[in-house]
Design a binder for this molecule. Structure first.
Ligand code: GLN
Length: 242
């Protein structure tokens, strides 16, 4: 972070905002401002270049065709990879998660190259679409409380040797591989299948992103009553028999 300003980049709202993941940008922005930080939020449309000077980049889920267009444009742009080389933090959801991997199956049934920022490969699951509330435990190395979210995807994501699972599911399918993993991360690049928006349901993940950006171990506490009530409600809903 330079100039005491946190630069938050929301990638391609015109293509990847279908599942309400834009809420993730609102949560990070608000929690940063509540800590007295000056935040510059930049929403970058798919016909605009991605800035390389961002501190935190967020990318959401989307339908199969917009997902292919987003992957093509991000590959052509090349700036997100450069930002990561410079230490930027990226948090991606669902279609965005698949795009950050090595490849995924596009809407034409073809293998579409991703950005290779996560050591994962996504394929099309041949079973039922994964839909529903998810409950899981986040990698203990990240020191976060249980994960709550909502999944809605056909893709199945396999982790390569260098990716760490972001979480292990107790309820729900996550990566869809049957091994109980959910999401992945490599260094400061994170991917998850969770909507919700996931950072509204798990505000301490937003704080993790802020801590990484600020290079601090702790942040001043804030009143999380509303978030806690939402968490409690959604965790109870996940535990209801189907
Ligand atoms: N199109 C992708 C899939 O179904 C991602 C869906 C999403 O972003 N929710 O796997």
């Amino acid at each position: 972070m330079s100039d005491n300003q946190l630069r938050l980049v929301w990638i391609y709202p015109d293509l990847l905002s279908t599942y309400g993941d834009q809420g993730n940008a609102l949560v990070v922005e608000r929690r940063a401002r509540q800590r007295g930080l000056d935040v510059a939020r930049l929403d970058v449309r798919s016909d605009q270049p991605i800035p390389t000077s961002g501190d935190i980049y967020l990318i959401g889920g989307g339908e199969d065709r917009p997902q292919r267009l987003a992957a093509e444009r991000l590959r052509r742009d090349g700036h997100l990879q450069r930002a990561v080389q410079n230490g930027a933090i990226v948090f991606s959801v669902c279609a965005g998660y698949q795009i950050l991997g090595h490849e995924f199956i596009n809407d034409l049934g073809q293998r579409e190259p991703g950005l290779g920022l996560l050591d994962v490969v996504s394929v099309r699951g041949d079973g039922e679409r994964c839909v529903g509330d998810v409950l899981g435990d986040i990698d203990p190395q990240l020191g976060l409380p249980p994960l709550t979210g909502f999944e809605n995807h056909q893709g199945v994501t396999h982790l390569g040797p260098t990716a760490r699972p972001f979480a292990r599911t107790k309820i729900g399918r996550g990566n869809g591989t049957g091994d109980g993993t959910e999401g992945a991360y490599n260094g400061t690049v994170f991917g998850t299948y969770m909507h919700g928006p996931v950072l509204a349901r798990n505000p301490l993940i937003a704080d993790l992103l802020l801590k990484l950006a600020l290079d601090v171990n702790a942040l001043p506490p804030i009143d999380d009553r509303w978030y806690d009530a939402l968490r409690e409600e959604r965790i109870a809903a996940a535990q209801q028999p189907a």
